[in-house]
Every structure is written in structure tokens, then in C-alpha cells.
Design a protein around this ligand. Structure first.
Ligand code: IMP
Length: 433
């Protein structure tokens, strides 16, 4: 190894998603040599706002794409819909953004239109208790991967082998869903033109992650960013099962999906929004089903970047933050959206849950238990106004209540430091400590 170690930073969402990771990623990415997206698929949406107020929403392409010097890898643990990726690349190019530095791991799995149909069928079959999926076919793609009849991105380079493997997958799936077997999306011919278009438009991006990252780690002095999607409390192992996503968005899953071993990590940034939000179904003890919640939703434009669904909003939840800090071994905490919380009235912070009259600081990962928890709040209340945030560039210049609020949230993870605070939509509205 060289004398100057490379920085390898994992950045993950700490709650139920939509914490504003895009903004923190954009901040981190400026001097980053490579960004690797490691988990999830088109269910994610990262909103990137440049300082000249251009807004980009990426679903599959990693967030370093706005920086011409950064290599952007769609990693082994990602599932990607070839048609949607072709569209996303075309949209970026149409807005003058080059995708020359995009790379796709041959190990990533493909989402195809039958996955979207299967997802709709499964959600319907769940009746009154659906997951609240984004319906992007993510769960069925990971199921096929686990069943060993999934199709990997490497096949994009070989349409004949793609068709052979597709036939095998569809044979299994027609047997599993006989009533849909005659549907077009269960017929191999439906995918012929996609296979040849993908060979032209996506196969040129295929590249082994190791060939890019290992030389950087050996040489040293490089910055490598592992980009999380979704969030810790949606992790299929560590989140509120079964109201989870089908991948592993916490840091261990991100390492696995990025093909970067834990040994190389130098820090783990956990991004926590100043107020939690949840877009699908499931327990949410601090949820605000009142005017204050509506106000925060409207101020924060809290509608899904992929689905446009209204997000549920709640008071800050220290029990969830503490758990997430532990699962991720957080070294750094970022608190986002302090500006959204300006002028929304008095803010409370939950420090424990009450369940059946018992107080607990343990986060229950069984969703039906979480549904029954009620919040226990700190006696201290907080409020600040937008005019006190104007032009603030240093943490010490934030309104005292906002400082204390961020410090209190970070204190739920005693082994991490408060690293940054998001104070506005633009990329420059980010204060590091
Ligand atoms: P799926 O992964 O699309 O099947 O969705 C499963 C659960 O994860 C649902 O509650 C979704 O709303 C949630 N989810 C998936 N992706 C995201 C995301 O990027 N942000 C927030 N929630 C998400």
C-alpha cells in the first residue's frame, strides 16, 4: 500500500429513505474518483440540485454523473431495468450530461417487464396488508436472483445467451404464475428487440469493478464513495420486516453490493433527515397526522421522487436513530432539512417508546410491534425561523435551538460525530463541522 491511504466512504440513509442523500452525495462527490451504487434498483430516486438550480433525479445512474471526472459504477448488488436505464442515460445526455464515465458491473441483475407484472400481482394478493412497494419490480428480481434463474447484466453483451437464459427463467415463472402464462411479458419474443438494443446501448458500459477499484486502493490517495439507496430501516434483514425493501441498504449490504470489502472502509456517513418520513406502509411511532405534519410535507415537497406518493411525516425519532447508528457502525452523522423545519412550530424529539405501558429504547424490528409503540418525548422543545438561517455558513451561526436539535439527534449515536447539517435545497446549503 502507498503511504497515503485511499478514502473509502460509505454513505447510507439512516431512516426509512428520502433523507436527502442526493445532496450529501453531491457534496462528497466533488473530489471523488469513483462512486459505486451497491444496492436496490429503479425504486430509488436521488434528487441532485446544482448551484445554478438545475434539478436532476437519478434512479439508477450514480450521483457522481454530474462530475465529468468521476467514474460511476452500477455495482454487483444493483438490479437494473435495461429499458429504464437506456431512457435515463438518454435524458441525461439530452441535458448535456455525459455518461462516458458510467460503468455497469456484469454481476448486476436485470429487471424485466415480467418482474413488474409479478410485483403487481403479489401486492394485489396481499389484499389489505400490502408492502406499499414502489412497483418497480425490485422484489421479484431479487427473488429470481436467489432462485438462481435471474439474468445478469453480463448477458447484455450476448443476446443469444440472453435469450437462452430468459427461456429458462420464463419456464419457471410461467409455472409459478400459470394464470398469466399467456401474457406477452411471459413470452421470450417480447424481449428480442430489447436484447439487441441493450447490446448496442448498454453493453459498452460493462466493466469489472475490481479492475477499476483495486488499482486505486493499491495506489492510495484516491477517494471512493459507496452510494447507498433506500435506507437502513427498510433493510430486509435489519428493517421493519416484512414492510422492508428486498435488498440490504445498510452499510454491510452496501459493501457487498459494491464489491468493496469492509476492510477498505475508512468512514460511514449515516444521513438522518431532521424529521423522519416514510412512503410505504408500516409502523411509524412519531407520525404526525395533523396540520403540523401537513405543513412539513408541503414545505419539504415530501412526495416520492419515483412514485410521487405523499410521504408520511413524523417528529424526530432518537430510538430509530440510535438503532440505525448501531447497525451501520456510523462514524459520522449528517442531519438534513433543518430549513424545512423552520417556522413549523414547536419540535419534539422522541427518546423512547412505550409499549403496553413499558418504556423501551430498543427499536423493534417486527413491524407489527412497531405499529403498537407510542413515542415518549424529551421535555425540551425546539423552534427556529427561516430568517435566522439566511446566509448561515457556520454551525456556530445557526440559531441556538437548531444547533441543540442537531446535537441532540447526533447524541443518540455516541460513537459518531456530527459531520454536517443540510440547511437548504441547493448543494452549497450544506454546513460541515
Ligand atoms: P420496493 O422496494 O419498491 O418493493 O418497496 C418496498 C418498501 O420500500 C416500500 O415501503 C417502499 O415505499 C420503500 N422504498 C423503496 N424504495 C424507496 C426509496 O428509494 N425511498 C423510500 N422508500 C422506498
Amino acid at each position: 500500500m502507498s503511504q497515503s491511504e485511499s478514502l473509502v466512504i460509505a454513505l447510507v440513509g439512516g431512516l426509512w429513505g428520502d433523507e436527502g442523500k442526493g445532496k450529501v452525495l453531491h457534496h462528497e462527490v466533488q473530489d471523488t474518483h469513483v462512486v459505486i451504487r451497491g444496492t436496490g434498483g429503479g425504486n430509488a430516486g436521488h434528487t441532485l440540485v446544482t448551484d445554478d438550480n438545475k434539478k436532476f433525479v437519478t434512479h439508477l445512474v450514480p450521483s457522481g454523473v454530474l462530475n465529468p471526472k468521476t467514474i460511476n459504477i452500477i455495482g454487483a448488488g444493483v438490479v437494473l431495468h435495461p429499458g429504464k436505464l437506456i431512457k435515463e442515460i438518454a435524458e441525461l445526455k439530452a441535458r448535456g450530461i455525459s455518461t462516458d464515465n458510467l460503468r455497469i458491473s456484469p454481476k448486476a441483475h436485470l429487471t424485466l417487464d415480467y418482474h413488474l407484472l409479478i410485483e403487481r400481482v403479489l401486492e394485489q394478493r396481499r389484499g389489505k396488508d400490502p408492502i406499499g412497494s414502489t412497483m418497480q419490480g425490485i422484489g421479484p428480481t431479487y427473488s429470481d436472483k436467489a432462485n438462481r434463474w435471474g439474468l445478469r447484466a453480463e448477458l447484455l453483451n450476448n443476446p443469444d445467451e440472453f435469450m437462452r437464459r430468459l427461456n429458462i427463467a420464463l419456464k419457471h415463472l410461467r409455472a409459478q404464475f400459470p394464470q398469466y402464462a399467456r401474457n406477452d411479458v411471459f413470452k421470450p419474443d417480447f424481449y428480442r428487440s430489447l436484447a439487441s438494443e441493450s447490446k448496442r446501448k448498454l453493453a459498452p458500459y460493462l466493466a469489472e469493478t475490481r479492475s477499476i477499484v483495486e488499482p486505486m486502493i493499491r495506489k492510495g490517495g484516491r477517494k471512493i464513495l459507496l452510494e447507498g439507496a433506500q435506507s437502513t430501516l427498510l433493510d430486509n434483514d435489519h428493517g421493519n420486516y416484512p414492510k422492508t425493501t428486498s435488498s440490504h441498504p445498510s452499510v454491510a449490504g452496501l459493501c457487498q453490493g459494491s464489491e468493496v470489502a469492509p476492510r477498505w472502509l475508512t468512514s460511514t456517513i449515516v444521513v438522518v433527515k431532521g424529521y423522519p418520513s416514510r412512503v410505504g406502509n408500516g409502523g411509524f411511532p412519531t407520525e404526525l397526522k395533523n396540520e403540523q405534519g401537513d405543513l412539513i410535507r408541503e414545505k419539504g415537497h415530501e412526495y416520492g421522487a419515483t412514485t410521487n406518493r405523499p410521504r408520511r411525516i413524523g417528529f424526530a425519532d432518537g430510538v430509530a436513530i440510535s438503532y440505525s447508528g448501531w447497525v451501520n457502525g456510523a462514524t459520522d452523522i449528517v442531519i438534513t432539512r433543518i430549513d424545512t423545519l423552520a417556522d413549523v412550530g414547536e419540535l419534539s424529539i422522541c427518546n423512547a417508546y412505550s409499549i403496553k405501558g413499558q418504556e423501551t429504547k430498543d427499536f423493534p424490528v417486527n413491524d407489527s410491534v412497531l405499529e403498537k409503540c407510542t413515542p415518549v418525548y424529551d421535555p425540551r422543545k425546539y423552534r427556529w425561523s427561516a430568517k435566522d438561517l439566511e446566509g448561515v455558513k457556520k454551525f456556530a451561526d445557526l440559531p441556538v435551538d437548531a444547533q441543540k436539535y442537531c446535537q441532540r439527534l447526533a447524541s443518540f449515536v455516541p460513537y459518531a460525530r456530527l459531520y454536517g447539517v443540510g440547511v437548504g435545497e441547493n448543494q452549497s446549503a450544506f454546513i460541515t463541522l
